[in-house]
Design a protein around this ligand. Structure first.
Ligand code: FE2
Length: 437
């Protein structure tokens, strides 16, 4: 299916798929054209300040109250929600996994979500969860909305077609998609199989980080965000709408498709972004800035500068710093870091971190380059080097990330992760001043 987009971040968009379907000069006419119903979708409280006030007006074949009937409970085994506490009998530690196996039975996107960690509390709308998804089957008469959270989807393998109430988004590896809380959608893996990562944001929506002295340009530029134009289907078959609500799953059966929005306007909408359009800013003489310079999107908490979630990428870039240890430095952090690798190789790890894999460096647990990475970085000739063929990312949160039993029992969990740091031997000699060799 074709898709088309409107550029900009958080704009007040408008789009109509039939001429004059969108009322002009008012939101709620006595009678809408084409016999449509007008409906508001509120993404913020009515009285939120203008800068964070989000809502859209949807003009649709049926109002949303016709897109739900009685709900019944529906299990979704591997999708977990915070608050959730790690098994206290399992010791803490730095963790790393190879990719999760692809399913050997038919699995839709929603069925294929496997939770790795949760953080915070969905009931108070703070925190997040990290998931991987694996799928090999299109959702045909099944639809989904998540009342708990906004979804940040990071494909690693295969393109997804995401048909939302407000339009179609095609998203491939090296792109991301954001689906707002409450938005009904359906996913088809275009290439047959698909795998990737999801950050489920229980808190305030993702927004662009402030750029401070960087100024008006670079990092993720607003025009590179793409919101779909209106698209719809008028289908009368047995359809099911699945809902996630406070961590529980429900299903309701209706006799038609809920994706019936002919036109809409507003600033509460899904979007996608191509990570290759991120314009990195970094060290041009010496030392290594904090990875916050690579923040694509940030989900604020109530405390300035302390994000509920930062979505950070490590894109291709030139490394030019003089007399500098160029990989990420050794680190302990009050924030908790979940990393994934979309493709290529991450510069702090020479071995073991593979595309589709992930790692977890939780609150205050030390981490940094492995032994080979250290050896290489400390002996390299410091000429300008293009770090290419790489795209890693991080979901970083102010809350500790509790690991699910699924993640701890996963056969791809590395039992030897700590060994990669074992070769970092003592080099200290108090009688020799100056650099070691
Ligand atoms: Fe770190």
């Amino acid at each position: 299916m074709s898709e088309a987009y409107m550029p900009g971040f958080g704009n007040d968009f408008e789009t109509e798929s039939l001429p004059n379907a969108l009322p002009q000069g008012q939101n709620s006419p006595q009678k809408c054209n084409y016999g449509l119903y007008a409906e508001q979708l509120s993404g913020s409280p009515f009285t939120a300040p203008r800068g964070t006030n989000e809502r859209s007006w949807l003009y649709r074949i049926r109002p949303s109250v016709r897109h739900t009937s009685h709900f019944s409970v529906h299990e979704n085994t591997h999708w977990k929600t915070g608050p959730h506490i790690s098994d206290p009998t399992v010791p803490i530690g730095q963790l790393r996994w190879n990719p999760v196996p692809m399913p050997n039975k038919k699995t839709t996107f929603i069925e294929g979500v496997r939770t790795m960690t949760t953080a915070g509390d969905v009931h108070t709308q703070v925190g997040m969860a990290t998931h991987v998804y694996v799928c090999n089957t299109a959702m045909v008469d099944d639809y989904f909305f998540n009342a708990d959270a906004e979804l940040l989807i990071v494909p690693q393998l295969g393109t997804l077609e995401i048909f939302t109430e407000m339009g179609r988004i095609n998203v491939e590896p090296l792109e991301i998609a954001i689906i707002p809380r409450g938005m009904i959608f359906q996913v088809s893996p275009v290439d047959g199989e698909a795998r990737g990562y999801i950050c489920e944001n229980y808190g305030a929506k993702f927004t662009l980080p402030d750029r401070g002295p960087i100024g008006a340009n670079c990092l993720a530029n607003p025009r590179d965000f793409k919101t779909p134009v209106a698209a719809w289907e008028d289908k009368e078959t047995d359809c099911r709408v699945h809902v996630k609500w406070c961590g529980n799953f429900y299903v309701t059966e209706i006799g038609h498709s809920p994706l019936d929005v002919i036109a809409w306007h507003g600033n509460y909408a899904p979007y996608k972004y191509d990570l290759r359009t991120f314009s990195p800013v970094g060290a041009i003489l010496f030392d290594h800035p904090d990875p916050s310079i690579f923040t694509v999107l940030t989900a604020p908490s109530g405390e300035e500068g302390t994000a509920n979630i930062d979505f950070v990428i490590f894109p291709p870039r030139w490394m030019v710093a003089e007399h500098t240890f160029r990989p990420p430095w050794y680190h302990r952090n009050i924030m908790s870091e979940f990393m994934g690798l979309i493709h290529g190789q991450y510069d702090a790890k020479e071995e073991g971190f593979v595309p589709g894999g992930m790692s977890l460096h939780n609150m205050m647990l030390p981490h940094g380059p492995d032994t080979m990475g250290f050896e290489k970085a400390t002996s390299a000739e410091l000429a300008p080097v293009k770090l290419d063929n790489t795209m890693a990312f991080m979901f970083e949160t102010r809350f500790p990330q509790h690991v699910t039993s699924y993640a701890m029992d996963l056969e791809t969990l590395h039992t030897d992760y700590l060994d990669y740091w074992k070769g970092l031997k003592k080099r200290f000699d108090g009688t020799i001043e100056g650099n070691w060799d």
